[in-house]
Design a protein around this ligand. Sequence first.
Ligand code: HEC
Ligand code: HEC
Ligand code: HEC
Ligand code: HEC
Ligand code: HEC
Length: 227
Amino acid sequence: MRKFLITIILAVVLPSTAHAQPDTAAFRLLAPSEEAFISVEDVLLIAKVEGFSQAKMVEIFDNGKAIGFAPLKKGVLAHRVKLSEGRHELVLAAPDVRKQNVKIFRGKQEGYRYHIERDLSSCGTCHSGAGEGEYGMPSAQEKVCLQCHDAVGTGDFIHGPVAAGSCSPCHDPHGSKDSHFLHTTGKELCMVCHSQNLSKEHIEERQNADCTKCHDPHSSAKNYHLH
Ligand code: HEC
Ligand code: HEC
Ligand code: HEC
Ligand code: HEC
Ligand code: HEC
């Protein structure tokens, strides 16, 4: 009987508590990437809180030691930390947000590189309202990029995503550990969108051939985006 009652109480109570506490908010790390190797002392952390949170501050820990607080502006953290050489495990903590661990190795070799971030005011180059803590998606992404990279996508045959004005399916606008600030390299980059049967056969034929040896990822004067 007691067990039965408890079951009923749980059945009544659980859904309501579940309702009062929506999924825990979590950080989405935008820069640097996980397990980054970095050669500069100044490391810029960019993270966004996804989900509902009232947090206004993030506490940062470096290898278990609290090193200070940084403001969250409209759910976005953009903060520099100075790191000595060696391995660091940073933890971002805010009261109602799931903790985020960021592993960074600071050494001599260059791994992760930032795109353009010499000072935080440069965020406004691409994000209007960055000074007020607004980091919405840049409207007309390609226009933002073409301010400085005007030779991209000028051939007659323009590749699908470029024609649609988006660069970020392939490039990380903030930085990356791969060349040309790509999310990933080799055929993996292409397979995200080209895994349909026809291309699959062609891709298997080419095995691990570097796709960009023959195809221009942006545009070209020839059909099939060939060089
Ligand atoms: C070169 C242009 C550029 C610069 C400079 C830049 N960003 Fe971005 N940012 C983008 C683009 C493009 C996206 C969208 C990425 C995507 O679609 O995956 C983005 C996305 C974001 C997002 C996620 C937005 C969302 O709602 O999901 C945040 C937060 C952000 N940037 C913060 C910053 C901060 C902080 C800085 C400065 C340190 C900065 N950005 C500098 C281009 C830029
Ligand atoms: C304010 C000027 C500016 C804007 C806007 C800008 N970039 Fe850049 N970009 C640069 C500079 C400067 C470099 C060279 C930095 C380096 O190599 O360390 C660069 C380098 C790159 C490279 C690597 C080039 C190479 O030869 O390897 C890529 C790819 C790139 N940017 C993509 C983008 C994308 C995508 C956007 C839009 C989201 C964008 N850029 C917006 C200035 C800009
Ligand atoms: C389909 C994936 C993809 C898309 C979409 C894409 N790029 Fe690229 N981009 C690449 C690859 C791959 C390279 C490296 C080129 C190589 O390997 O020869 C590159 C190289 C670059 C470079 C350096 C070399 C060069 O061609 O100048 C710049 C700058 C650049 N991209 C900017 C952009 C901009 C701006 C956009 C959006 C208008 C964009 N990219 C969209 C895949 C892409
Ligand atoms: C974000 C999605 C996306 C990525 C990533 C992507 N593509 Fe594409 N690609 C498209 C779209 C969309 C089209 C246009 C649709 C079509 O013509 O089949 C296209 C068309 C093509 C075509 C021409 C097909 C034709 O029949 O004319 C080639 C070749 C191509 N892509 C090669 C590549 C290569 C190489 C890569 C990697 C560097 C790549 N794509 C990455 C979306 C993508
Ligand atoms: C040795 C040069 C070469 C390499 C390497 C190469 N391609 Fe191609 N690709 C071509 C040619 C030529 C065509 C034109 C159609 C044909 O002959 O099959 C083509 C056509 C395509 C097409 C459009 C037709 C289809 O099958 O859907 C896509 C998409 C494509 N390639 C993607 C890729 C990807 C992804 C890679 C990397 C794994 C790659 N290609 C590597 C030469 C190459």
